[in-house]
Design a protein around this ligand. Structure first.
Ligand SMILES: [Zn+2]
Length: 570
């Protein structure tokens, strides 16, 4: 475990020498993306995009400004963010009627519009994401990538017909995060945040924490289940269909519902069921019934002697209902449906349901985690999958032999076109070039000098291990590709073993260690706070699937309800 001060100094130097950011912009916490830093971030964004597309999301871009009136609609949400938002109060010399905030996150920007986009079941699930800047006036000490006030932010927002479908989305998000974590070289601990630390307005929050070399954790992603909380505040709802409801009602009434009802008198009813020897046919209209429907129902009636026949519609005018009843056909309007539901203990039919929502958020903190996890005395190694330059070729020029070596290096670069290769032909000493590319995190360096040429080889140097290997020139493309794969895998594996080694199970409050402490917890907030105060740590959360550890709560000694994780955090 590295001391915080030493880490801080190292981190700041590493990102500066590595040319990831320029912190000289005159607003604290708002830094400049340099070309190299932004190229890395863009690669990461592209991996997020492709995972989102793979899982059925569409990319959108909402405006930066949110009217105060919209921002205020969800009370927990506004409470959670009011200390942190920037306000736009003037346009030119005029004070605005309604203040506008710079989005700290985009719920209040998106959900009033989702209310317009979502009309019926057919519009669900709605899966969107955007990668935009968000703004939070964080009052803690700023630190490039890890704690900034202008945030490069990924946010996915989804709407679902019900809680279960939203839960399935969360499982998908976790799987996406596992893929991305391998790509980014960031193993993480997934936990369900305690209630007092969930996202403002969420039903529950899951978070992914990386363990930094100081023993403190860094939150790199969050996934939230909102249930209907925001949908109620922003009126995001969809129209339910009777065709979906009637089979549920019939089941509650004791009928077994037919998968594919047979035609009766040449007419196929929407829904049919049997209860003992009794058959029921229900024609369902997602509209108001009209006089013209009566004749069709009469035909169905005559084709099903002895059984029940019903017409179900969003409304049934009195005169239509009277003709139906006269012909022995039941008229199921919403009120009658309500009566049937009460009698058979079925859930009532609701014309509209609120959507269930989820979000998934990440930011440039991921890059801060990469620097921290894969750092060393020379800076950091970028995982090959996100490195803008995977292989840098540095020719070792000998006097009088320069043209031949430059030529060989150029040919090699052309041959490696399947990789992201940079040929460094600057008039600098090789040692200076080595130093610069190592600082920038380029995962593999290839050297070609006179001796390599003679022997028909190139020299490959791994940035992470410093190990040199001689590769036959003829085999360079294949060998370098597998070397990059190996670096990618080993970076992750090393960080993963550090995470495992940094997670300790403790049985006494006095026994906390740097890193992640796992312990038995009764689940009570007061005991959680005792741990936080006593150990000067934060409760990260509990396993998201729940567990029932043996043993007693580390604070009160009562039966444990869950394993909890605690750590010092960034
Ligand atoms: Zn307790």
């Amino acid at each position: 475990v590295r001391p915080e001060d030493e880490f801080s100094e190292w981190y700041n130097a590493a990102i500066e020498k590595g040319d990831l950011t320029d912190k000289r912009y005159p607003i604290k916490g708002m830094n400049i993306w340099t070309a190299h830093g932004f190229a890395v971030m863009h690669r990461m964004d592209e991996h997020m995009r492709s995972e989102m597309v793979r899982t059925g999301h569409q990319e959108v871009a909402f405006p930066l400004l949110i009217p105060e009136s919209e921002f205020k609609k969800e009370s927990e949400h506004i409470k959670g963010f009011e200390e942190e938002v920037y306000w736009v109060t003037h346009a030119g010399k005029n004070e605005l009627d309604i203040r506008l905030c710079l989005r700290p996150t985009s719920e209040a920007a998106m959900y009033p519009i989702f209310a317009l986009w979502v009309r019926s079941h057919a519009d669900l699930p709605l899966r969107t994401f955007q990668i935009v800047n968000t703004y939070r006036y964080d009052t803690k000490q700023t630190r490039a990538f890890m704690r900034v006030r202008e945030i490069h932010f990924f946010e996915a927002h989804t709407c679902h017909a019900d809680f279960d479908d939203a839960e399935r989305q969360i499982q998908t998000d976790i799987a996406v995060m596992r893929n991305l974590s391998r790509t980014f070289g960031i193993p993480f601990l997934l936990s369900k945040r305690p209630d007092w630390d969930k996202f403002p307005g969420a039903y529950y929050s899951l978070a992914c924490d990386a363990l930094m070399p100081t023993g403190k954790t860094l939150q790199v992603a969050t996934i939230h289940q909102y249930r209907e909380n925001f949908a109620k505040a922003y009126d995001v709802k969809y129209e339910n269909s009777l065709v979906k409801y009637v089979p549920l009602l019939l089941t509650a009434m004791g009928y077994s519902v037919e998968e594919r009802p047979a035609a009766t008198s040449g007419l196929t009813p929407s829904v049919a069921g049997t209860r003992g020897s009794e058959r029921i046919l229900v024609e369902v209209l997602e509209r108001e019934a009209a006089a013209g429907d009566v004749q069709r129902m009469a035909a169905m009636r005559s084709g099903s002697p002895g059984g029940r026949v019903a017409l179900c519609a969003t409304a049934i005018p009195a005169e239509v209902a009277a003709s139906l009843t006269k012909g022995g056909i039941e008229a199921w309007d919403p009120q009658h449906l309500g009566d049937l539901a009460v009698k058979s203990h079925a859930p009532p039919f609701q014309r509209h349901s609120y959507v269930h929502q989820t979000t998934y958020g990440m930011s440039e903190r991921l890059l801060g985690a990469i620097v921290g996890l894969h750092g060393d005395a020379k800076g950091f190694t970028l995982p090959p999958l996100i490195a803008p330059i995977q292989v840098v070729i540095v020719p070792i020029l000998a006097k009088g032999d320069q043209a031949r070596i430059v030529d060989a290096a150029t040919k090699l670069a052309e041959e490696l076109s399947g990789l992201r290769v940079h040929l460094d032909l600057r008039d600098l000493r090789p040692g200076n070039k080595f130093y610069e590319w190592e600082a920038k995190g380029v995962p593999v360096r290839v050297e070609i000098g006179p001796r390599d040429l003679e022997q028909g080889v190139v020299t490959a140097v791994r940035r992470d291990m410093g190990a040199k290997a001689t590769i036959p020139r003829a085999n360079a493309a294949v060998a370098l590709t597998s070397l990059l794969d190996l670096v990618q895998t080993e970076l992750y594996a090393r960080a993963e073993s550090v995470l495992a080694a940094g997670t300790t199970t403790i049985t006494a409050l006095t026994a906390t260690v740097p890193g992640i402490n796992a312990f038995a917890w009764c689940g009570r907030e007061s005991c959680g706070h005792s741990v936080e105060q006593g150990a000067d740590m934060k409760i990260l959360g509990t396993p998201p699937t729940g567990d029932a550890p043996a043993g007693k709560c580390i604070v009160c000694g009562e039966a444990a309800a869950a394993t909890a994780y605690a750590a010092k955090t960034y």
